[in-house]
Design a protein around this ligand. Structure first.
Ligand SMILES: Cc1cc2nc3c(=O)[nH]c(=O)nc-3n(C[C@H](O)[C@H](O)[C@H](O)COP(=O)(O)OP(=O)(O)OC[C@H]3O[C@@H](n4cnc5c(N)ncnc54)[C@H](O)[C@@H]3O)c2cc1C
Ligand SMILES: *[C@@H]1O[C@H](CO)[C@@H](O)[C@H](O)[C@H]1NC(C)=O
Ligand SMILES: *[C@@H]1O[C@H](CO)[C@@H](O)[C@H](O)[C@H]1NC(C)=O
Ligand SMILES: *[C@@H]1O[C@H](CO)[C@@H](O)[C@H](O)[C@H]1NC(C)=O
Length: 606
């Protein structure tokens, strides 16, 4: 009797073990994790995709790209990270959207918090949901600069990263809906719908918006009469070898379909799960990965699975988290590999909690060191963003003017600013953003090629439900150059606004030079100070980057393998050694597509 029950237990245990072993485990279903997990399953490998959030694909707030502001603010997926821009707290305290917890369930945003309010920091939203941040982002689809890929080839000697060889990954994922069929630069059979905005507003001959646009075309050396053609036919995702040196008007591309519905890597997961071919993909939602499990019986530790905690809203960044809540903890195993795709903040946190990271930091929190890897969570970068904002005496009827251009003070011949202008407000993120006003007009500016990557993601505790301590250290190296580039772009935009003419003029500038446009005091020095304090960002990358064998801070090799351990890779935006172009989401999906090819080739070779 006794023996029998022991046997019964043993049998159940081995069954449970069999049921929870997959070929691959992918952690995080964003633009890094979802394409990879789907491709592995489609190649016949049993794959478990684990996501901390739920699935909101049928929720109209997420479905329609036009609702992106509601999606960003929505508690169904929101993870609030409260970050620092600077080591000096006094400088951060001057950021006008600094956020405080009032203690009564509301936030205070601003420079004059009520007594007793608790300092939180600068809100940096992420989406914990199937599809990751592609589910709440603005959908802007842009490419890396060729050199952002070439640098990987240079650092590692792996020539498969050369820019012309990366194009095929865009073509593989893309379902282009804006170029006529047959354009060799594009793909038409992938899962990622890409459209462009409607530029027909620019056909008007003498509206305020068109007068501003004319002036801007003049600055770019383009013919004002060609605007509609430029906006509609100049391909912003072109493969032209001189694209990174071309200043031009473009039409903004978005990852959405022609019905305006958001298209995301989560859709690819859903299509893979529902495919009649019954691919061996398992999606586990509302599950927090707390660490990677290693087998340390040989000299190189091998990742064999992950520990998970099951339940919704278990992470403290989740506004729905209830203090003290925990979920059941268990383990799942991978016979081939574990791939971490938790994004730029969570991937380094997961590695550190697993014992892979800077030794001193791990020991400080009592975490057993599996591999001392000093670069984990270091060298984080981001595109700096700034804007010029104003209000006019009457509404300006216009769509978006998108451009990518070079400011005269750029350090190379490459273009350095991605800008979009129009009747909107966007000045970064804070609870309840944005600050809309009647008759508003703005040019938002994203800097390409930030010189400094001094950001860090460090542990606050060994608790996997805790958020890490995140500091971007804005403008730490060559900051004056980066700030000057943003100010130069602002000055160009201000000149174009002066062409608005009556009756839109006078425009009241809100920032960086408050007052009547053209009359209020406005020096470069004033604008630099404003930009240094009020710049923001939302494209964090590079916290677990690919690097050279000789670089002690390199975290990955060119095949996404975490250095010093086996069976473990990182595939997400944290892997880029430099910030890719102006917007990272499409480059991250391309990277995931490349990783799929590399991992499947390794599996076949093994
Ligand atoms: C508000 C906002 C707007 C943006 N707008 C644009 C834009 O217009 N264009 C553009 O190109 N880029 C934009 N970006 C950036 C872009 O969306 C990200 O760079 C991109 O999503 C990064 O993909 P990722 O896979 O690295 O990480 P993420 O998208 O962050 O995905 C990571 C996933 O992993 C999950 N996860 C994390 N930790 C765990 C864990 N421990 N256990 C289980 N699951 C976990 C998360 O829930 C998440 O779903 C925006 C970002 C934000 C925040
Ligand atoms: C790569 O190396 C070559 C040769 O040293 C150099 O000319 C080129 O500028 C480098 N490119 C990048 C992106 O680092
Ligand atoms: C354009 O419109 C403005 C304001 O309505 C007007 O003053 C101006 O004469 C117009 N210019 C042309 C060329 O029609
Ligand atoms: C750990 O690896 C050794 C061989 O290196 C193997 O014999 C053992 O079964 C592994 N243990 C687990 C739990 O995978």
């Amino acid at each position: 009797m006794r023996l029998l029950s022991v046997l019964a237990v043993a049998k159940t245990a081995s069954l449970a073990r069999a049921a929870t072993t997959y070929d691959y485990i992918v952690v995080g279903s964003g633009p890094g994790g979802s394409p990879l997990a789907s491709n592995l399953a489609r190649a016949g490998y049993s794959t478990l995709l684990i996501e901390a959030g739920g699935d909101e694909a049928d929720n109209p707030t997420y479905r329609q790209m036009g609702n992106f502001i509601e999606a960003c603010n929505d508690e169904a997926s929101r993870w609030d990270f409260w970050v620092k821009h600077n080591d000096d707290e006094k400088v951060d305290a001057l950021y006008k959207h600094t956020t405080w917890d009032t203690g009564d369930g509301t936030f205070y945003v601003g420079l004059d918090p009520p007594p007793g309010a608790k300092y939180l920091g600068i809100q940096y939203p992420r989406a914990a949901v199937l599809g990751g941040c592609a589910m709440h982002n603005a959908g802007v689809s842009s490419l890396a600069q060729d050199d952002d890929w070439n640098i990987v080839a240079n650092l590692t000697g792996d020539l498969s990263w050369e820019a012309p060889k990366m194009r095929k990954y865009l073509k593989a994922i893309e379902k282009n809906e804006y170029r006529p069929a047959g354009d060799p630069d594009h793909g038409y059979n992938g899962w990622l719908s890409i459209i462009t905005d409607d530029p027909s507003w620019a056909k008007a001959t003498n509206t305020t918006g068109v007068r501003i646009l004319n002036k801007f075309a003049e600055f770019l050396g383009q013919k004002a009469s060609d605007e509609v053609t430029l906006l509609s036919q100049n391909d912003i995702l072109s493969a032209s070898p001189d694209k990174d040196y071309t200043s031009s008007l473009y039409n903004m591309a978005l990852h959405a379909n022609s019905k305006g519905e958001r298209s995301t890597p989560g859709d690819y997961v859903r299509a893979t799960l529902s495919d009649p071919a019954k691919y061996p993909l398992t999606l586990k939602l509302r599950t927090l990965v707390t660490k990677v499990l290693f087998n340390e019986s040989s000299t190189t530790p091998r990742a064999i699975g992950v520990e998970i905690m099951e339940g919704a809203s278990l992470y403290k960044a989740d506004p729905k988290y209830i203090p003290g809540t925990k979920g059941p903890v268990s383990q799942v195993f991978a016979s081939k590999e574990v791939i971490i795709s938790g994004g730029t903040f969570n991937t380094p946190q997961i590695l550190k909690l697993s014992g892979v990271g800077p030794k001193a930091e791990l020991e400080k929190f009592g975490i057993k060191v599996v591999k001392d890897l000093p670069g984990v969570g270091e060298r984080m970068g981001d595109n700096y963003e700034a804007s010029i904002r104003g209000v006019t005496t009457e509404p300006i009827p216009a769509g978006l003017t998108t451009s990518i251009f070079r400011t005269p003070n750029a350090p190379t011949k490459k273009r350095n600013i991605y800008a979009w202008c129009g009747p909107f407000s966007f000045e970064g993120f804070w609870p309840g953003f944005p600050d809309n006003r009647p008759n508003q007009w703005e040019c938002a500016l994203v800097q390409i090629g930030p010189k400094s990557q001094a950001g860090t993601v460090r542990l606050r505790s060994a608790d996997p439900q805790d958020t890490p301590d995140i500091n971007f250290r804005f403008f730490k190296e060559h900051g004056d150059q980066d700030i000057s580039e943003l100010v130069a772009a602002t000055n160009i935009m201000r000149e174009t606004w002066k062409a608005a003419g009556a009756p839109a003029l006078p425009i009241q500038e809100l920032h960086p030079c408050p007052g009547e446009l053209g009359k209020a005091p406005c020096t470069d020095a004033m604008q630099k100070e404003y930009t240094q304090l009020q710049a923001y960002s939302h494209h964090a990358t590079s916290s677990c980057a690919i690097g050279a064998d000789s670089d002690p801070l390199a975290v990955l090799d060119s095949k996404f393998r975490v250095r010093g351990v086996s069976g473990l890779r990182v595939v997400d935006a944290s892997a880029f050694p430099v910030v890719p172009g102006a917007f990272p989401v499409v480059p991250t999906m391309m990277l995931s597509q490349k990783a799929s090819e590399v991992i499947i080739a390794d599996a076949k070779g093994a």
